[in-house]
Write a protein that binds this ligand. Sequence first.
Ligand SMILES: C[S@@+](CC[C@H](N)C(=O)[O-])C[C@H]1O[C@@H](n2cnc3c(N)ncnc32)[C@H](O)[C@@H]1O
Length: 234
Amino acid sequence: MLATKESHRILDVGCGSGAAARYAAKIVGPTGSISAIDFNAGMITYARTLDPDGRIDWRQGDVTDMPFDDGSFDIIAGNQLLQFLPEKEKGLSEMKRVLTDSGRLALTVYCAPHRNPAHAAVANALEKHGIDSKGVVHPFSYGDPVVLGDLLQEAGFKDVAVVRKQMDSYFPSAENFIECLAAGGPSSRHALEQLDVDGLKTLKAEVTEALAEFVDPDKGLRVITAANMALARA
Ligand SMILES: C[S@@+](CC[C@H](N)C(=O)[O-])C[C@H]1O[C@@H](n2cnc3c(N)ncnc32)[C@H](O)[C@@H]1O
């Protein structure tokens, strides 16, 4: 449905460090273009350093009020943005405005925690230790495919379809997975930092036990990441 052509104008919304935009830049040809927007200035600065040829039009800005003319894009892609938007309808209305009449939208949003068991196990263990796990589960807080589909339909998008995608990654151990979370995004890091050395050790043991069924003796801990991808036409 998103078959990209060389001449397409593509926008990556909530681009973060711009992985999707850089991938798209490999697909479109010289007659196409890629723009990417994120309201985090640090992310845009970092993304620019990963695009030394300046192939991508990086913008610091808010997706609920975008600095683009009506009908500027053939495709909009947004990975893990929508759940963080307090004004989702406004964001979608802006996306519809800057798409052409035949433009297409693809938004990916993590499924609910129970479909992402490794993250859920860490959140449960944090709660057991009296630590607020909201930051860890927030990315998984908009995981209902029907709610997602209805939101797009109500925003005026057509031919809305929601498909579930699952990705499996392997970590050497649950301990290593927790260490990666602690070194990653600010929300998980902040929650895990609240534990002292013994608390962290106990939490690692609890998560290891909770995730025992996901351990492959050869590959390590299987971390399932499930997300809903909403596809639609403007
Ligand atoms: C989980 S990150 C995803 C980044 C990137 N799409 C990826 O897959 O790596 C969510 C991004 O959305 C951005 N964001 C959140 N609300 C935004 C808004 N209203 N306007 C623009 N960007 C926003 C954040 O700054 C953050 O970089």
